[in-house]
Ligand binder design. Structure first.
Ligand code: BGN
Length: 383
């Protein structure tokens, strides 16, 4: 009897044991086949996603903001605006959606007609902005500047309005030459590039005259596979029957767009043109010499209004410019953007100030005009 009970209990516990085995077996099949992969998958996806977001955010951050000490203050401000911002990880569309085409700018009411308070409110100190989508380029607008405060105010208001509509990620640099040195547009453009490079990795430089206002917002401030001359006509060169004109076919001044590589390839602008004239033609020679050429946007798109001003007595014509232009191709090898890096013919300059102003980053520089003229004496035309 005792044996029978023991046997029964054994067989009972055996079936319980078997049932237990079946449950464990089924559970592990469900776990291994369904639950684990699902958990793993979602963990994996979550991890990848967070890595991706971190990476994107970092990229976005690196692209838009600076890494250097120079920019600490500006970064701080920009950081806040990023955090309060709904950052999207979508690439900005090829064609910005909000463009209006030809702009209505009243010459009598310039400041009012270029001002858009909402766009100005979005500008981060130092004159920077990034759109809600991932911009296709990181654009540095470089304005060589001297003595045109009113123009600068109008131009920067206008640019902030239009460039935001173009969904650009940009920063405006104003490079001013300290008195009493004469204006030197090429040298200031080069130093603008040097300063921009230190503050972030821009992919496109726009060298912009202070007195030129874009009249059609379809003129996208982007770089291309060739250097771009963004001007197809300026009111400065109006003729009897044309409201907008160009002074000559190979003219490429006013507003140009080059990638970092294109700028380097040409060795930037010459630094030796003090006063008015010649530096743009010299740059054209450089660009052609290294197998590139300037291309323009569509005729009806690249239109500019010149902000009217009194005769520019503070920027006298450079009498040596024609002679200097003759040595353009030779000088290309020895002076240009390379003059501000390790170079036997280094050009010295001082940065007197860098300020993060509300609508732009302002850089005041000083050079020794007589010293530079002497340094490159044998390549200079007669005065
Ligand atoms: C040219 C100037 C340019 C200027 C245009 C338009 C020279 C070099 C000697 C021929 N070039 O004559 O610098 O942008 O006029 O005004 O002076």
């Amino acid at each position: 009897m005792g044996l029978q009970r023991w046997f029964n209990s054994l067989s009972n516990s055996k079936s319980i044991f078997n049932a237990f085995l079946v449950v464990i077996y089924t559970a592990s099949i469900i776990f291994v086949g369904v639950i684990w992969p699902a958990v793993h998958e979602s963990r994996y996806v979550e991890e990848k996603l967070s890595q991706l977001l971190k990476y994107e955010r970092k990229q976005l951050y690196r692209n838009s903001l600076s890494d250097s000490n120079l920019d600490d203050l500006s970064n701080l401000v920009a950081e806040r605006s990023i955090d309060g911002h709904n950052i999207s990880f979508e690439l900005c569309p090829e064609t910005p959606p909000g463009l209006v085409g030809k702009l209505n700018i009243s010459i009598k009411n310039l400041k009012e007609s270029v001002t858009n308070e909402a766009s100005l409110a979005r500008v981060v100190y130092g004159g920077r902005y990034q759109p809600d989508c991932i911009a296709r380029e990181r654009t540095a607008i470089i304005i060589p500047y001297r003595d045109r405060a009113e123009h600068l105010d109008i131009l920067t208001r206008h640019l902030h309005n239009i460039l935001q509509r173009q969904q650009l990620q940009y920063r405006i640099f104003v490079i001013e030459i300290a008195l009493p040195t004469q204006f030197n547009r090429g040298l200031l453009a080069n130093i603008g590039v040097v300063v921009a490079r230190e503050s972030s990795n821009f992919s496109c430089y726009i060298i912009h005259d202070v007195d030129s206002l874009m009249m059609n917002d379809e003129n996208l401030y982007r770089c291309g596979s060739q250097p771009r001359h963004l001007v197809t006509g300026n009111t400065k060169y109006a003729t009897k029957d044309k409201e907008y004109g160009l002074p000559y076919k190979l003219y490429m001044s006013g507003v140009i767009a080059l990638t970092d590589a294109q700028y380097n390839k040409a060795n930037g602008f010459s630094n030796v043109y003090f006063g008015w004239g010649g530096e743009d033609d010299d740059f054209n020679v450089r660009v052609a010499k290294v197998g590139m050429r300037f291309v323009r946007p569509q005729e009806n798109v690249g239109l500019y209004m010149a902000i009217p001003h009194e005769n520019d007595s503070s920027n006298p014509i450079n009498p040596a410019r024609r002679g200097t232009l003759r040595s353009a191709a030779v000088r290309q090898k020895i002076e240009g953007i390379s003059s501000f890096y390790k170079n036997k013919q280094k050009i010295n300059y001082k940065r007197y100030a860098i300020e993060y102003r509300q609508y732009y980053t302002w850089v005041l520089i000083g050079v020794n005009e007589a010293g530079i003229t002497q340094q490159f004496e044998k390549y200079m035309g007669a005065a």
